[in-house]
Design a protein around this ligand. Structure first.
Ligand code: ADP
Length: 606
C-alpha cells in the first residue's frame, strides 16, 4: 500500500504523510521545532520592518514633514530590535542548535535502532526490502528534519507575503498579478522533486553496490580472501559497472533536471522584469505612481514574487517529504513476521518439541527443512550432525526464533514459541554462532552481552577462567576492559580465531540461560582444545539443555542423543552406540573421520 504511494501520490495522501512526518518531528525534534519557529517568526517581522517598511516610512515622513527626532527615534528603535534579534539568532545557530541537534539525533537513532532490531532477518536477505530499509534510515529520516524546516518556512513565508503583499496592494493592486506569475513554477518544481526522488532511489541502489566493493577492500572479514585469489578483479569490475550505471542515470535524469531548472528561472525573471517595467512606466511616463512607491516596487517586488514563488515551491517540498517519509513509515509500521509479542506469555522451561516443521528461506522454492519432528528433553545434551548444507544451522535458527517455520510448530513446555514474548524467549538461549562476530567493545561487555557494572567483575573472570582465556586476558594492560579489535582503539586486543571462539564461549558461562546452542563452536580450535572445551561445557551446563552442532563427530560421541540431518530431514537419531549399530549415515561419517584422524596421527582414534 505505502509502496504504491511512492509511485504517484494524491494531494490528500501528500498532506497525510506530511502530517505523519510532523507528528514524528514533534516527538523527535520538539525543542528544535518550537525554537526555530519562534526565530523564523521574529525574523520575518524584523526583516519587514528594517528592510521594507522603514524605507517607506522615511520617504513618507520626509514628504509629510514629520519631526526629525521622531524619524530618528523610529530608525534607532528598529535598528536596536534588529541587532538584538541578530545576536539571539547567532547564539541560537552557533551554540544552541548544534547541541539540540545532537540530543535530537540520539532520539531519532534510538527509534531507528529499536525498529532495526525487530526487522526480520529475512529482510536482510531480500535486496528490495534491504534497499527500502536503507532508504528509510537515510532519506526517510532526513524527511523528518526537512518537515521541521519546511513548517518553519511556511510560517515565515506566510508572514513575509502577508506583510509585503499588503504594502504592494496599497501601492497598486495590479502589482499583485506580477507577484502571482512565479507560482506557475510550482508545477515545474513538482516535476523536479519527482526527478530528484527517482534519482535518489536509483542512486541508493548503485551506492550500495559501490559500498559493498569498498567494504571488501577495507574490512578485515574479506582481507584474506582478497589477497589469496584474483577475486578483487571481479570486485573492481562490479565497481566499474556501478559507476557506469550512475553515469547512464545522470545522462537521462540530469538532462531532464536541467530543462526543468531553466524553465523555473525563466518564469521568475520574466515576472520580475515585467513588474519593474510597469512601475517605471507608471512613475516616469504615465505619472500614476509616486517616486517613493516606485522605489519600493523596484526594491521589494523581487522579494514578494520570490517569496510567493518560494511559498508554492513548498508544495513540491512537502511532496518530497511525503515521498521520502513513506519509506520511514513503511519501516516503522511494518509488522515483523517474527512478531515481538511484547504482551505474550513469558516462556517456561521445558521440553522443546518440533512437530512437522518445514522451512524455506524467503522466496526460495525448496524447503531447507522438511517435516522435522523431534522432542529435545529438558537438560538433554543433543548433538546435531550432518554434511554441510544439511539444515543444521537453520534448525538452530528456528529454535531461537530468528525465523518462524513455514509449516508446523515448535513448542517449549506447552506453549507455541510464536506466542511467547520474543525478547524473554530469546533470553533463554546462550548461543555461539558459527560466524560469531565480536563487537569493538570491552572484553567484559562482550562476555556479559549487556552493559558492565563493577559488580560484574567476578562473573566475567569466572567465565573467562572456564573458557580458558583468563591467563591471556590478565596479561593485557587493561584486563577485562581491553577493547576487542583495533578498529576503535590502537591498544585494542587482536584475538586469534580460537581465542575469539573462547570469548564467545565465555559469554555462555556468564549467562543464566536454560538452553545452550553451540553451532560449530570448535571450528577454530585444535582437536585437544575442542575436546576440553566440550567437556568443560558439558560440566558447566549439567542442568541446561545443550544443543551441539558440528560436522566433526568426535564431540558428538558422548552426547545423550545424536541427531543426523540429511537434505533437511532427520534421517537417524540415537546414541553413538545405537547409530553405529544402525550402520547408516552416521556410522559411515564416523568411520570416514576416524580414518582421517588415524591417518593423520598414525595410531590415535577419535
Ligand atoms: P548446515 O548448517 O547444515 O551447513 P544450513 O542450515 O546453514 O546448513 O543451510 C541449509 C541450506 O539452506 C543450504 O542449502 C543453504 O544454502 C541454505 N541457506 C542457509 N541460509 C540461507 C539464507 N539466509 N538464505 C537462503 N538460503 C540459505
Amino acid at each position: 500500500m505505502r509502496e504504491k504511494q511512492r509511485e504517484r501520490m494524491q494531494i490528500g495522501q501528500v498532506f497525510a504523510n506530511y502530517g505523519a512526518a510532523m507528528k514524528l518531528a514533534l516527538q523527535i525534534y520538539p525543542s528544535k521545532l518550537g525554537l526555530t519557529l519562534g526565530l523564523y517568526f521574529l525574523g520575518s517581522v524584523f526583516s519587514f520592518l528594517s528592510e521594507v517598511y522603514l524605507l517607506r516610512y522615511i520617504v513618507n515622513a520626509l514628504q509629510l514633514g514629520e519631526p526629525t527626532e521622531k524619524i530618528i527615534g523610529f530608525i534607532l528603535l528598529t535598528m536596536a530590535a534588529s541587532i538584538l534579534f541578530r545576536i539571539w539568532s547567532a547564539v541560537y545557530d552557533d551554540l544552541l542548535l548544534p547541541l539540540i541537534d545532537k540530543r535530537c539525533e540520539v532520539r531519532l537513532r534510538k527509534k531507528i535502532y529499536a525498529h532495526s532490531l525487530q526487522q526480520d532477518l529475512a529482510d536482510y536477505e531480500d535486496p528490495a526490502a534491504f534497499a527500502q530499509y536503507h532508504r528509510a534510515v537515510n532519506s526517510g529520516a532526513d524527511a523528518i528534519l526537512r518537515a521541521v524546516h519546511v513548517t518553519c518556512l511556511i510560517v515565515s513565508r506566510v508572514l513575509n507575503i502577508g506583510l509585503t503583499g499588503w504594502l504592494m496592494f496599497a501601492i497598486d493592486p495590479i502589482l499583485l498579478v506580477f507577484a502571482v506569475l512565479p507560482l506557475l513554477s510550482g508545477f515545474l518544481r513538482l516535476k523536479s522533486e519527482t526527478l530528484y526522488h527517482t534519482q535518489r532511489v536509483h542512486e541508493d541502489e548503485i551506492n550500495r553496490r559501490k559500498e559493498y566493493t569498498k567494504r571488501t577492500f577495507y574490512l578485515k572479514d574479506f582481507a584474506k580472501e582478497m589477497r589469496m585469489t584474483r577475486i578483487y578483479r571481479v570486485m573492481l569490475r562490479r565497481f566499474r559497472e556501478a559507476v557506469d550505471d550512475y553515469i547512464r542515470l545522470q545522462k537521462t535524469l540530469g538532462v531532464q533536471g536541467a530543462i526543468v531548472g531553466a524553465g523555473i528561472m525563466l518564469l521568475l525573471l520574466g515576472s520580475l522584469i515585467g513588474a519593474e517595467i510597469y512601475a517605471l512606466y507608471g512613475a516616469l511616463a504615465a505619472q500614476t505612481m509616486l517616486y517613493g512607491d516606485c522605489l519600493i516596487v523596484l526594491n521589494s517586488m523581487g522579494s514578494v514574487s520570490s517569496e510567493l514563488e518560494q511559498f508554492f515551491r513548498i508544495y513540491p517540498e512537502i511532496y518530497g517529504i511525503a515521498l521520502h517519509i513513506t519509506d520511514f513509515l513503511v519501516f516503522t509500521e511494518k509488522k515483523p513476521v517474527v512478531s515481538p509479542n511484547p504482551d505474550g506469555p513469558l516462556p517456561t522451561a521445558g521440553d522443546i518439541t518440533l512437530e512437522h516443521v518445514s522451512f524455506r528461506y524467503g522466496a526460495d522454492d525448496t524447503d531447507v527443512l522438511r517435516d522435522v519432528n523431534l522432542t529435545i528433553r529438558r537438560g538433554e545434551k543433543i548433538a546435531i550432525v550432518g554434511h554441510n548444507g544439511a539444515g543444521k544451522t537453520t534448525f538452530a535458527k528456528l529454535l531461537m526464533r530468528l525465523y518462524d517455520p513455514t509449516e508446523g510448530q515448535i513448542t517449549v513446555g506447552e506453549t507455541d514459541i510464536r506466542r511467547c514474548r520474543l525478547a524473554a524467549y530469546r533470553a533463554q538461549y546462550g548461543v555461539v554462532f558459527q560466524d560469531h562476530k565480536q563487537l569493538a567493545l570491552t572484553i567484559a561487555e562482550n562476555v556479559l552481552g549487556r552493559p558492565y557494572t563493577p559488580a560484574d567483575d567476578a562473573t566475567v573472570w569466572d567465565a573467562l577462567k572456564k573458557a580458558g582465556l583468563a591467563d591471556v586476558i590478565s596479561t593485557m594492560p587493561h584486563g577485562i576492559h581491553t577493547v576487542v579489535t583495533r578498529e576503535m582503539n590502537a591498544d585494542g586486543a587482536v584475538l586469534s580465531g580460537g581465542q575469539a571462539q573462547k570469548l564467545a564461549i565465555a559469554a555462555i558461562y556468564a549467562r543464566d540461560c536454560a538452553t545452550v546452542i553451540l553451532d560449530e563452536p570448535s571450528s577454530a580450535l585444535d582437536p585437544i582444545a575442542e575436546r576440553e572445551m566440550y567437556q568443560a561445557m558439558r560440566d558447566a551446563c549439567a542442568d541446561r539443555t545443550m544443543i551441539y552442532i558440528s560436522h566433526r563427530l568426535s564431540a558428538a560421541v558422548s552426547a545423550d542423543r545424536i541427531c543426523v540431518f540429511d537434505g533437511g530431514r532427520i534421517k537417524e537419531i540415537g546414541t553413538h552406540r545405537e547409530l553405529m549399530a544402525l550402520d547408516g549415515i552416521y556410522a559411515e561419517l564416523f568411520c570416514m573421520q576416524a580414518e582421517h584422524y588415524v591417518g593423520e596421527r598414525g595410531n590415535e582414534t577419535v
